[in-house]
Design a protein around this ligand. Sequence first.
Ligand code: OXD
Ligand code: MN
Length: 624
Amino acid sequence: MAYDVNAAPALADLETSLDDAGLKNPRVREYVRHWAEHTGAERVEVIGASDDARLISESLKAGEILPAGEGRYYARSYVKDTARSEERTIVATANPADKGIYDNWRPSGEMRPLLEKLMRGASAGKTMYVIPYLMAPPGSPLEPYAVGVELTDHRTVALHMIRMARCGVEHVNNLADPNRFVRGVHVTGDLANLGQGTPQDKRYFVTFADERTILHFGSSYGGNALLGKIAHGLRQAAYDGWASGEFLAEQFMLIGITDKETGRTWHIAGGFPSASGKTNLAMMLAPDSLGDRYHVEFYGDDIAWMRVDPRDGRIYAINPEFGVFGVAKDTNEVTNPTALRSVGPDTNVLFTNVAYNDDSHEVWWEGRTPEPPTDVTGWRDWTGQLISERSPEEQGKPWAHPNSRFTTTLTNVPNIAPDFDARSGVPVDAIIFGGRTRDREPLIRAITDLAEGVYDGLTLGAEATFAAEGVDGQLRYDPMSMRPFMSYPEGAYAAHWLKIIGAASDQPIFAHVNWFQRDPDDGHFLWPGYRENLRPLLWLLRLRDGEVQGKQTPVGIVPTKEELDLDGVDIRPEDLDELLSIDTGRWTTEMAHREAHLAQFDGLPEEIWAAHRRVAAALAAKAG
Ligand code: OXD
Ligand code: MN
């Protein structure tokens, strides 16, 4: 269909709607005008958090969302639009030196015209929602990097943004530099005709990092569409943090642990590749036997920005987000009761792609209960198909999509930290990394040297999850859990880490954790996990405070059995021995894989290579 420029909103109407919304920033208005004309949107609507109730009722009326109990809502996505697409995600700049191994770099001169062509007229007949937002607690020293305006032609995306970011015109009206905001344009496109996953794939998700512009075309799902979260909060912010030399933006959770006896609170930030339990850890409760003494507080489950605070020389972290976009699968009373409480009645939670009951408005996903509801009356799977009409061959198919989600604001999380929106963020005592590894990695190993800590983050990985992804026993490396979000070269990334953390006069301790070691014979997990994960973390904090010494190994310090508080844990002595020991042979094999992994990265700082050689030499001496 030819694009008819006359269908674009009359300029006068557009100005009136911007005036009515109180949008004063002239540069934002100019930007909205440009893209409204370019995409051919029929009308423009500026929205913020206070529009949520109205947007919800409009979406219900239009059938875009369905009621899922009191103050809970449900949406299905298009069937071929269910996850972030890494192969279609690109970082584009003018400088070829920005090309790294994982950032999928392309010249912006090539990508700009492509995206402009795809977006031209592509929102015809639709409303363009203008969403000014802030990816930081208000008043944060990182606020200048946190301001953005997303334009989206999808109302459900707008509802997600309101939950995931602080939204409203107040975030852009009085900027010291009115031009300093991230420009994010999201155009859904004709989802049924985009060739998702085929050689004719028309989708493009591009961050023009040096222009602070994000253009995403061809999806309305998750990080493809909520531009504040991953595109701005991680890719753009990581680039900005590097370019400015001021901060790190990482796919990290952030928690606080308070000792109620002494009143002391520690904070831990940490990166985990997907499917390694990051959200469960971030929402963890203290085990019953330690609950009288310790309280775990939630700050965030997915993103942390970290900088040095000149006032005390410590690393401070903020969670730039305002909500949780959590994976529903396997969330239940055992794995994450906190998550269930945060999606209860009147939380205004939005579920996506879980199973839904037309009659009772209940939702269900795999792992919510051990078995699906026995009475299937009214139940539809995530595609909208009635379970009762499934053919015999379809019976085994999951009811919910494996990447189905719940979207809820931070304030619904029962153990949200009281200072979660503190301007300065919170001081970080420890930075942890953890993957899903069935052997080799002990329960916890602490690293006190900065370069060895960064080296450990760069060699983070998780077991390949299915055969096609990797060789048995070999990790899929995911440096700092940032592989899909890297926006500049890895060598520079490592140097930037050394610089930022190195500038702190009181540096966090590093550690690598692994809750997933298994018995090679019967496959049982050696460590009970979940709430018990607090115990190795408490040991780490005591180590940092000099209260325990642990046992030095070639790959870090591990706890002695006596140092780990195991009161109330049901664990076999032989499993505990295994969890706290280092298999030199397995580690030596791993070192060769690490070397090949690191060798891909141009300009990797010598300190990182030196750390690698130190660990290798210590292992060789031990094997001796
Ligand atoms: C992700 C997410 O894709 O947090 O990592 O949604
Ligand atoms: Mn994530």
